[in-house]
Design a protein around this ligand. Sequence first.
Ligand SMILES: [Zn+2]
Length: 344
Amino acid sequence: MKTRHGLRYPFETPPAFGTTQEIAPGLLWLRLPLPMALDHVNAYALDDGDGWTLVDPGIDSKACRAALQQALDGPLSGKPVTRVIVTHYHPDHIGLAGWLQTRGAELWTTRTSWLFARMLCLDEQALPVPETVDFWRAAGMDPVLLEFRATERPFNFADCVHPLPLGFRNMAEGDVIRAGGRNWRVRIGHGHAPDHATLWSEDDGLILGGDQLLPSISANLGVYATEPMADPVAEWLESCRAFQPYATEDQLVLPGHKSPFYGLPLRLRQMIENHEGALERLRARLAERPHTATECFPVLFKREIGMAEYGLALVEAVAHLNHLYLRGEIGRENREGVWYWAPV
Ligand SMILES: [Zn+2]
């Protein structure tokens, strides 16, 4: 068993795309490719006897669909996917859910996840809407980049999420779901995505964590033009603390990315401390002089932010500033459409 940063990883190597790795009886781990810096997402297949429950079936790209098809024709052949469980509405998790629904599967997710995914699939835009451009400007996006992005087709759900047919089954806090020969308790988290479902086995200590419970990488906490005064950092910290009483050393967490791990009590502490540390560095930096959100990248991320990460960094910087602002610790001043943040 490998140990890194105090977490223990029982599986040395992840399964190749299109193949599976048995985690426990009736529970298989799959990897699906993503066309991003984070190049994979985990899916899990739970054996329900006469069919499979598939958790988080990846993004709707050619490569991802091919890898999933390879698994369906290979290790998962012999019975159909009868149910898809989606932890949260992000495209790398819900992308192929609608495709599996058209092939006979039922979709189970939280109501918020379903509404968000379906709304965003229908909200296709050829160019960013004015609210989005204003939001980017307000965050201090570089003017050259802003002009480029304002005239470019933006990220669209419809480009990477298969249309979701009508009909889903709601998963709510406290529900118990039977899948893969186990009873799973639904616990809802927030911050990375509103109403993110996690499933905690009541029989053997397995946890389907989605992006709420990730090892080694931190889930993005982002603010967007849809809800510009949101405080996902507060929601995330509250969720981490709410999970702490249920976390034990012998639980094996099956995350949405990276590898299954033991050590959830430590991981929850790390997740809280990571953001508290970032907020502390931010307070100190803003005390020196007012900053825009993008000017806070170096102090928040402690590394160079490349173009591939710029968008995620921007929404995360605004999230941390909003948190201090809504706590009354900092104020902001608008100069020609750009917010400058400083202690009050
Ligand atoms: Zn994800």
